[in-house]
Design a protein around this ligand. Structure first.
Ligand SMILES: Cc1cc2nc3c(=O)[nH]c(=O)nc-3n(C[C@H](O)[C@H](O)[C@H](O)COP(=O)(O)OP(=O)(O)OC[C@H]3O[C@@H](n4cnc5c(N)ncnc54)[C@H](O)[C@@H]3O)c2cc1C
Length: 382
């Protein structure tokens, strides 16, 4: 692995860095959910107009055909400038790339452009109250009705559903088939009375995700992605893009938070105190290890065409380290970290979800044990 950037990569980095310096986002409007969402939409439109909403997308779909390394540089620069990700992050990183693999020409023509311009926000309707880690056991049903489908069921944890036009929905279309085989992947229009969205307020105070209650929601045939009964393979493409796309941004944000904790500790003259110095040194070493593993993951993906199971190790270490960093921050800054509405209390509370979202730590440990270390599979309890 050679971490020296080529001339092309340096030129790409410098171009985006200058663009960001000349086009900063409008000032952050504070923490009201709807206002924040409008602000992040405006920011995505600004990126879009500058040609920077999704550089990794092929040029024919409005991107720049950036390589994996350039794409990583893009996220590093967004992090370095401390600006938010585009609002339609699920559409850009998950939905668009899934359609590029499995969508029909008509679907690509219809859906890709409004994802980029933030005209249509996307959400991911996979998890259900009884189907999270074991996604294939989901129960939401889709029944054939004329030239379309009627969907009934409940989804949960659906991030950004309250602002979304389209939902990547996986539903069961064949109850008699084995559980991975009876699934179909749909694009469901969220703007219909049959789909009720109830925001769930988290301990951070924000309502990042929602419950969806669907009662005979209508989906036309042309919104099936990848074929009836083939939803599992399409869902895997979405999940693979989730791990690969978001994975890289996480370690950048982690580094920033750690730097902020080090600065806060320096301000309070705590850096010479061995209790803080030891923990900060260990967290620094972990951050570096995670950063290098994330780059190694990219190199492997470039070499072998797809991310390996080692990505699970990065996600596990990241969530564990982020929880430790934010806990240490609370020790360093004191009561401010326990005062609602402060940045530190937000980081401390939001980090609790890290070991659940995008695959729980227990599941990731299973993957690392079985697929990285080659340990025998755990036999399910009878
Ligand atoms: C902030 C956040 C945003 C999210 N956004 C979305 C979204 O937009 N769309 C979406 O579809 N989902 C979303 N999710 C859901 C997320 O993918 C699930 O929470 C996750 O997959 C775990 O599923 P679960 O909550 O049903 O837990 P369960 O699968 O019920 O697990 C419960 C506990 O049992 C453990 N466990 C389960 N199976 C095993 C096993 N085989 N071995 C060992 N331990 C096991 C788990 O680790 C966990 O501790 C989000 C979650 C969070 C926290």
């Amino acid at each position: 692995m050679d971490l020296t950037f080529s001339d092309d990569e340096l030129a790409f980095r410098d171009e985006f860095r200058s663009w960001l310096a000349e086009n900063p986002p409008p000032p952050d409007p504070g923490d009201e959910d709807a206002t924040r969402n409008a602000w992040r939409s405006a920011w995505q439109r600004q990126l879009y107009e500058g040609g920077w909403a999704a550089p990794a997308w092929p040029a024919e779909y409005g991107g720049r055909g950036a390589t994996l390394t350039q794409s990583a540089i893009y996220f590093e620069e967004l992090g370095r400038a401390r600006v938010p990700l585009p609002v339609n992050v699920l559409g850009i990183l998950l939905g668009g790339p899934t359609l590029m693999v499995w969508g029909t020409d008509e679907q690509k023509e219809r859906y890709l452009a409004p994802i980029l311009s933030a005209e249509e926000i996307w959400c991911q309707g996979f998890s259900e109250p009884d189907a999270g880690s074991d996604l294939a056991s989901l129960k939401t049903r889709a029944v054939k009705d004329g030239d379309g489908w009627l969907v009934t069921g409940q989804k949960v944890w659906t991030s950004a559903a309250q602002y979304s036009k389209w939902c990547m929905l996986v539903a069961r279309t064949d109850v008699d088939a084995p559980k991975h085989k009876g699934l179909t992947y749909f694009l469901m229009d969220m703007e219909q009375d049959e789909v009720q969205v109830r925001p769930l307020r988290q301990i951070t105070g924000e309502a990042e995700f929602n419950e969806l209650f669907i009662e005979n929601g209508r989906i036309p045939d042309e919104n099936v992605v990848g074929g009836v009964g083939d939803g599992w393979k399409v869902a895997l493409t979405t999940l693979m893009n989730e791990r690969a796309g978001l994975g890289f941004t996480l370690q950048i944000r982690l580094r920033q938070i750690l730097d902020d904790v080090i600065a806060a500790a320096a301000e309070r003259e705590l850096l010479d105190d061995p209790r803080y110095a030891d923990e900060l040194a260990e967290l620094h070493a972990r951050c570096e290890a995670i950063r290098l593993m994330a780059w190694k993951g990219l190199t492997d993906t470039e070499r072998y065409g797809q991310p390996g199971p080692e990505g699970s190790l990065v996600k596990w270490l990241w969530s564990d380290t982020n929880q430790r960093v934010t806990q240490l921050a609370a020790d360093v800054v004191g009561p401010e970290a326990l005062t609602a509405g402060t940045l530190w209390s937000y980081e401390l509370l939001r980090a609790r979800g890290n070991s659940i979202e995008g695959g729980t730590t227990e599941i990731l440990k299973n993957i690392v044990a079985e697929r990285v270390l080659g340990l025998p599979r755990l036999k399910a309890a009878a």
